[in-house]
Design a protein around this ligand. Structure first.
Ligand code: C2O
Ligand code: CU
Ligand code: CU
Length: 487
């Protein structure tokens, strides 16, 4: 039931005082963590998932007494849950006034003409059906969001995003760990509760908000017994926020990445989740008291003034009781097998640069001057700015390729490819090569300033695919290209 979905969770209080700090609304904290609403399957045919999805206007009470106009899918950020092998049919309707949109199935192996490309907009007041089959082996934590040309960043920060869980036929993770979705979004509110438009600085650096929310809530609370283990799926659905995460007083084990489970569980002290990335964790709550999911400082590169305060933020609190949980099944030692993609037959190189209309952006960063759009700020791949009508790379179905992403810019760029999952081979920086600690399926990888990342990729479906920086403002300022995969 999605009616009455209320992200502020304090509606009906009738408080006319709008609590504010320095002109910013104060969001309530410490309320019980809410689950995002599920999109109900309307099909009674086994192996088919059918639902209606509508993008439109809604309001959310983030802060007491303030209704914030947002965009939402069926009034919320819904979760679609389906199974490997399922047929999916989503009857989509665009009720956003005067704006086209699309639904892009981030990371999913869907046919190119069903993937919500910028070239396939759904006009305001129009409908279309997105239909695709989920192949065997595709179980993972995906998400979906709009991808209309020039409007992606704005529609996402205004609220359009959802989760797409594809479950395996048999799940190796014990059911008593639960399966909890934690969706991170980034909110900026003006004193009147509205979302301010993006500034020039927001476009350059990517829009970073004032509050990172979990399932629409500020620092919600989970209640746990001592010794409990939980399966948590973390989704970075922000436009541009780099989340370096740590769980205080609890231990984290990574079990999955963007493209599903990894081969064996790997303990982690902390992890970096850049925009669009996902991670699956088992968290053990072995000590009574408060276990907090916090953010740590991370230098991702910043131009000009307005660098956000990076002081540690608590995203989520688990209150662990002194009572001991009943014995739980152990995590299996082996989760699945991931075959290496094999030897590439072709190498492609992509160079990421920033261009400031002839000005040296290094100087700009130091002088902290203000910009205007006519200065021609661009984010480029191989010297080119995105053009929907241009094909940048031609490739072949089934061909194993080595992609080399060289970041020659001054800030990190999380690089994403549509339509498939890839395997990172190595990172190179200042002549030092490092290999990933484990093999994993990824669809987004952070490329730090000055770094080159190499990954293996194979596209199994023909058609036009995008690749781009997933700081959505950079994608919109040109850092995107078109790959034509031929049959
Ligand atoms: Cu979430 Cu084109 O991507
Ligand atoms: Cu995508
Ligand atoms: Cu970028």
């Amino acid at each position: 039931d999605m009616s009455g979905h209320d992200m502020g969770a304090m509606s009906g209080h009738g408080n006319r005082n709008m609590p504010q700090a320095g002109g910013k609304p104060i969001l309530p904290e410490g309320l019980p963590l809410r689950d995002l609403p599920r999109l109900e399957n309307q099909s009674d045919v086994a192996g088919t998932f059918k639902a209606k999805l509508t993008a439109g206007q809604s309001t959310v009470r983030f802060a007491d007494g303030l209704d914030t106009p947002v965009l939402a899918y069926n009034g919320a950020n819904p979760v679609i849950e389906a199974r490997e092998g399922d047929r999916i049919e989503i009857a989509f309707r665009n009720e956003i006034p005067n704006e086209p949109t699309t639904v892009h199935w981030h990371g999913m192996p869907v046919p190119a003409d069903q993937d919500g490309n910028p070239a396939d907009p759904v006009a305001s007041d129009r409908e279309r059906v997105y239909a695709f089959d989920l192949p065997e082996g595709s179980s993972a934590s995906y998400w979906f969001h709009p991808h209309p040309h020039g409007l992606t960043a704005k529609q996402v920060y205004r609220g359009l995003a959802g989760i797409f869980l594809v479950k395996p036929k048999e799940d190796p993770i014990p059911a008593e760990y639960g399966d909890t979705v934690l969706m991170f979004t980034d909110l900026r509110l003006a004193a009147d509760g509205t979302m301010p438009d993006s500034s020039m600085m927001d476009l350059m650096n990517g829009r970073v908000g004032d509050y990172v929310l979990v399932n629409g809530q500020k620092n919600p609370v989970m209640t746990m017994a001592r010794g409990e283990k939980r399966r948590l799926r973390l989704f970075n659905a922000t436009n541009a926020r780099f989340l370096r995460l740590k769980f205080e007083n609890a231990s984290m084990t990574v079990i999955g990445t963007d493209g599903g489970l990894i081969e064996v569980p790997v303990a982690a002290e902390e992890l970096l989740l850049t925009p669009a990335e996902r991670v699956e964790l088992i968290v053990s709550f072995d000590q009574p008291g408060a276990a907090k999911l916090i953010t740590l400082d991370y230098e991702r590169g910043w131009m000009g003034p307005g660098k956000p305060d990076e002081a540690a933020m608590t995203l989520l609190t688990a209150n662990v009781s002194t009572e001991t949980a009943p014995r739980v099944s152990p995590l299996p030692a082996k989760l699945r097998s991931i075959a290496p993609l094999g030897e590439p037959t072709i190498t492609r190189r992509f160079v990421l640069t920033e261009s400031m209309g002839g000005m040296n952006h290094g100087n700009m960063a130091h002088n902290g001057m203000s910009m205007s759009s006519d200065m021609g700020m661009k984010f480029l791949i191989n010297g080119a700015s995105f053009d929907m009508e241009r094909v940048d790379e031609v490739s072949k179905v089934g061909q194993v390729e080595l992609w080399e992403i060289a970041n020659q810019a001054d800030m990190d760029h999380p690089f994403h490819v549509h339509g498939t999952q890839f395997q990172v081979v190595e990172h190179e920086k200042d002549g030092m090569v490092t290999k990933p600690a484990y093999r994993a399926w990824k669809d987004t990888v952070n490329v730090t300033a000055g770094e080159t990342v190499r990954f293996l990729l194979r596209q199994d479906l023909p058609g036009l695919r995008m690749y781009h920086c997933h700081i959505l403002e950079h994608e919109e300022l040109g850092m995107m290209g078109v790959l034509d995969v031929r049959a």
